[in-house]
Design a protein around this ligand. Structure first.
Ligand code: KIV
Length: 289
């Protein structure tokens, strides 16, 4: 099985094949998305909100990102793995940015990193690329700037803001970004950018003209029923499925329906020779290690 690379993602743009990206934070979901044919898994700092329960991505640290990137790397065989640079890991100096980005590749197992920021971050991005680190840019709404922008608001609606986003995109492409996330910008602007740039654009809340799309997996799966931004489509209702399973488990434990004999171990002298091979009967997970 061939691993997806930044070059194959770029070839997809050239061939007009849309790129599918989903966030993942653990090995189990990474395996499912990988086997489902998702092209790239983004270990997003959105984990601060959906996994850790914060109301922004700012508390996420390098250690958190490494922990989750390692887990996702263990689960995925084919998909390209992108790890987010968390707030504070690249803003202070380019040296620190290179050191932290390298850790996500060497210790985390990511194939590339992503960082938020427009043309002001082009020099940092260039420095990372020179160090051999593939970088995906992220412009438009930048959740790490929530305190400067005054909230999670659509960007690029005014002419001035749209012009700035155009400058950001061009500067990052010139600095060597291999792709750009466009978050929460008007679809007309995303179409212009996707036509203008030779690198792929991956949209989230940026309409259908981007070269690919990314969604936070918990949004896509319907895990958070009370959080449904306009740009999210829920492809499942996992909140209900999980809640019903948990309710049924409680009911069966309380009524002593679970565990039944089928889910219990027997004393060795009660296991008939035809029932189970001794090594299987001893193995808690059903097969010898
Ligand atoms: O952190 C994240 O999940 C992201 C996506 C929303 C693009 O950056």
């Amino acid at each position: 099985m061939k691993k997806v690379t930044i070059h194959s993602l770029q070839k997809q743009k050239a061939a007009g094949q849309k790129i599918c990206v989903v966030t993942a934070y653990d090995a189990a979901f990474a395996r499912i998305f990988d086997e489902a044919g998702v092209d790239a898994l983004l270990v997003g700092d959105s984990l601060g909100m959906v996994i850790q329960g914060h109301n922004s991505t700012l508390p996420v640290t390098m250690e958190h990102m490494l922990y989750h990137t390692q887990a996702v790397s263990r689960g995925a065989k084919r998909a390209h793995i992108i790890a987010d640079m968390p707030f504070g890991s690249y803003q202070a100096s380019d040296e620190e940015a290179v050191r932290n980005a390298m850790r996500l590749l060497s210790e985390g197992g990511a194939g590339s990193i992503k960082l938020e920021g427009g043309e002001a971050y082009a020099p940092t991005l260039r420095r990372l690329v020179r160090a051999g680190i593939p970088v995906m840019g992220h412009i438009g709404l930048q959740p790490q700037q929530v305190h400067s922008t005054g909230g999670f608001v659509v960007q690029g609606r005014s002419e001035e803001s749209a012009q700035q986003i155009l400058r950001d995109a061009k500067a990052l492409e010139q600095a060597g970004a291999y792709a750009l996330v466009l978050e929460a910008i008007p679809m007309e602007l995303a179409r212009t950018l996707s036509a203008l740039l030779s690198i792929p654009t991956i949209g989230i809340g940026a309409g259908k003209h981007c070269d690919g799309q990314v969604l936070v997996c918990y949004d896509l799966l319907g895990m958070l029923p009370h959080f449904k931004p306009k740009f999210v489509k829920q492809y499942a209702n996992l909140h209900e499925v999980v809640s019903q399973a948990a309710q049924q488990f409680c009911e069966e434990v309380r009524t002593e329906c679970f565990p039944s004999e089928e889910h219990a171990f027997r004393s060795m002298r009660l296991v008939s020779s035809t029932e189970e091979a001794p090594e299987r009967a001893n193995s808690v997970y059903g097969a010898p290690i």
